[in-house]
Design a protein around this ligand. Structure first.
Ligand code: AMP
Length: 297
């Protein structure tokens, strides 16, 4: 456990060479390195990963990089929320040894043409609507892993598909890295924390509560013995689409009940399933999920 008295000076680094040099020094000092990649605009979900990293290793690196190649042409790259000063303050209040903020022009220097692609787990769910998204994710995570060379990397269950894909990539490409997946941190009403929640107006924010409500309903139905995924999905859909008296529109991108390892739809709800949703509240696309394991109370 990390204590305030151990607080170290946090280095801000944007140069790749400097980042490598600092890692060499940390390793020479016998420290294990934990890494938390983020796109910034940090919230308590990110901070929970940072704390997990601090529990696992003596040296913690957090990166902030809004990765252009994981955004589709009609997505929110330009408008993605950024507040580096606030992020710095939040990291400085945690056990973060290095805040790594690489520069897009240097990460993808002239003529950049090498990509890493996972071809199975990337297909369903968000892969259907966000062509090329996961290829962008696996490429940047590979680059960051090569620069930071962590022993442990911490990702959030919030992005369940991304976490599975990274685990698969680490296995397939023999990265000597332990991937740790940390639980979803939620707002008091259950909405999963996300940098994109800041796009929501007041009425939209209220309406967004339907996402977690639908996941809770699904879990309850499964635990009561409902084994037909179609019935569970229909009940979730009804709940999400129920008008709440506001003018806020909700539309379902997907509701899926899949095997938690293969991410393919199950015919019957047995053992462990991942119930994953992507819902647009107004124009903001939000994702969330729950794992229902009937073997665990
Ligand atoms: P992002 O900055 O959105 O790319 O997220 C960086 C990391 O934080 C990813 O591994 C996310 O899964 C994780 N993360 C985002 N939101 C949450 C949350 N509410 N709870 C736990 N982890 C999260």
């Amino acid at each position: 456990m990390w204590h305030e008295k151990n607080k170290t000076f946090m280095e801000m680094i944007s140069s790749i060479d400097e980042m490598r040099a600092v890692i060499v020094r940390a390793r020479d000092a016998g420290k294990r390195v934990a890494f938390v990649p983020t796109m910034g605009f940090l919230h308590n979900g990110h901070l929970s990963l940072i704390r997990k990293a601090g529990e696992l290793c003596e040296f913690v690196v957090v990166s902030i990089f809004v990765n252009p190649i994981q955004f589709g042409v009609n997505e929110d790259l330009e408008g993605y929320p950024r507040d580096i000063e606030r992020d710095k303050r939040l990291c400085a209040g945690e056990h973060v040894d290095v805040l790594f903020t690489p520069i897009a022009k240097l990460m993808y220097a002239g003529g950049y043409s090498t990509y890493v692609e996972e071809k199975f787990l990337s297909e369903p769910l968000c892969g259907l609507a966000r062509t090329g998204h996961f290829k962008g994710v696996t490429t940047i995570v590979t680059k960051l892993f090569n620069i930071v060379q962590p022993d442990v990397a911490v990702f959030g269950q919030k992005d369940a598909q991304q976490a599975r894909i990274i685990q698969r990539m680490v296995f397939d490409l023999n990265f000597p890295i332990e991937v740790v997946i940390a639980p979803i941190v939620r707002e008091p009403d259950g909405l999963a924390m996300s940098s994109r929640n800041m796009y929501l107006g007041l009425d939209e924010r209220k309406r967004a509560g339907c996402i977690y409500a639908a996941l809770c309903l699904a879990e309850e139905l499964c635990r009561q013995g409902e084994s037909d995924p179609v019935k569970v999905k229909n009940r979730m859909s009804e709940l999400i689409m129920r008008e709440d008296g506001s003018n806020v529109s909700a539309s379902i991108d997907y509701i899926e009940i899949v095997d938690h390892l293969t991410l393919r739809p199950v015919k019957n709800i047995g053992n462990a399933v991942l119930i994953a949703v992507a819902v647009r509240i107004g124009s903001t696309r939000l994702i969330d999920n729950v794992i229902v394991d009937l073997n665990v109370a």
